[in-house]
Design a protein around this ligand. Structure first.
Ligand code: NAP
Length: 280
């Protein structure tokens, strides 16, 4: 569809770097599938300019932004409005313009839980282990707690960061080592171990087995060493692409009010990932 000149609604992603972001593929595929006269652009914005992002969005009439490193904390602070989750996390990955007011949201945690539910796993009443305590882990811990997880164990290389992350567990999260994994229903890898050409495992595979769901947040590669070994040992697996899709789907809904066409978005991004893999 060719919208009349001047009426295209602009959205995008800001970060540094953003050149390899899959978000433009996801959102432009969705706009096109729903025939919306919207466009999604990658804006490389250096850390030094993080403090002017919200004001620039207002000035330029940009309807929505995805926010990635290193701006997640600055936009959470500068937005006119912020959700409770953004306040608790101190970080946001989504900005939405409502007229001249800019609201900050966080869709990563909901994206993770949405992906698990889509894979027929409901965290309510379950024992969950989160490996890692960085930005993604923090959002996931809060979302698991909100989804009614019975206990959330947090295992991280540095204990002090794990303790801070566990405070987001609404009183149900504890710092631990990964040896509790055998007793957990869900194990989530929120570290970069196993990403790209790293063949490492973030947990002893002997602790994984039937009856468990193993979710790796990494989506490059699509099947990580952790997912491969978990499947071999009889666990059910959920790949990181699903969280990426579901968090983007929530952004899409916040901006457009339309339910995101996740199947088309998954197809678009899978084609792009296969194209990139062929180029390597
Ligand atoms: P981050 O803030 O840098 O946190 C990384 C965490 O991993 C920290 O807790 C760090 O431990 C730990 N870690 C790093 N290297 C490690 C190693 N070699 N061994 C053990 N632990 C290690 O990163 P993030 O933004 O949370 O992202 C974490 C992962 O999630 C990345 O792989 C990212 O691609 C993925 N992710 C996926 C999605 C999605 O939509 N699928 C969304 C967000 C993130 P210390 O605290 O000790 O440094």
């Amino acid at each position: 569809m060719n919208p009349p000149i001047g009426s295209t609604v602009v959205t995008g992603v800001i970060g540094d770097p953003v050149g390899h972001s899959l978000s433009p593929i996801l959102h432009n595929t969705a706009f096109s599938a729903l025939n919306l006269p919207w466009v999604y652009v990658a804006f490389p914005v250096a850390k030094a300019f993080g403090g002017s992002v919200v004001e620039s969005m207002r000035t330029m009439g940009i309807r929505g932004l995805s926010v990635t490193m290193p701006h997640k904390d600055a936009v959470a602070r500068d937005a006119d409005d912020a959700t409770d989750d953004v306040r608790l996390l101190g970080a946001a990955n989504t900005l939405v313009a409502h007229g001249h007011r800019i609201a900050a949201h966080s869709t990563d945690g909901e994206g993770c839980v949405g992906a698990l539910r889509a894979a027929q796993f409901d965290p309510e009443g379950k024992r969950c282990l989160v490996l890692g305590a960085g930005g993604a882990a923090r959002a996931v811990i809060l979302a698991l707690a909100r989804a009614g997880a019975r206990e959330i164990f947090v295992a991280n290389r540095s204990r002090e960061r794990a303790e801070r992350a566990a405070q987001l567990g609404l009183g149900r999260a504890h710092v631990t080592s990964d040896d509790v994994a055998d007793s957990c229903d869900l194990i989530i890898n929120a570290t970069p171990v196993g990403m790209g050409t790293d063949h490492g495992l973030p947990i002893d595979p002997a602790r994984l087995g039937p009856g468990q769901v193993v979710n790796d947040l990494i989506y490059h590669p699509l099947v990580t060493p952790l997912l491969a070994v978990a499947e071999e040992r009889g666990a059910r697996t959920v790949g990181g692409l699903e969280m990426l899709l579901h968090q983007a789907g929530r952004q899409f809904y916040l901006w457009t009010g339309e339910v995101a066409p996740l199947d088309q978005m998954r197809q678009g991004v899978t084609i792009e990932l296969e194209r990139r893999a062929r180029q390597q």
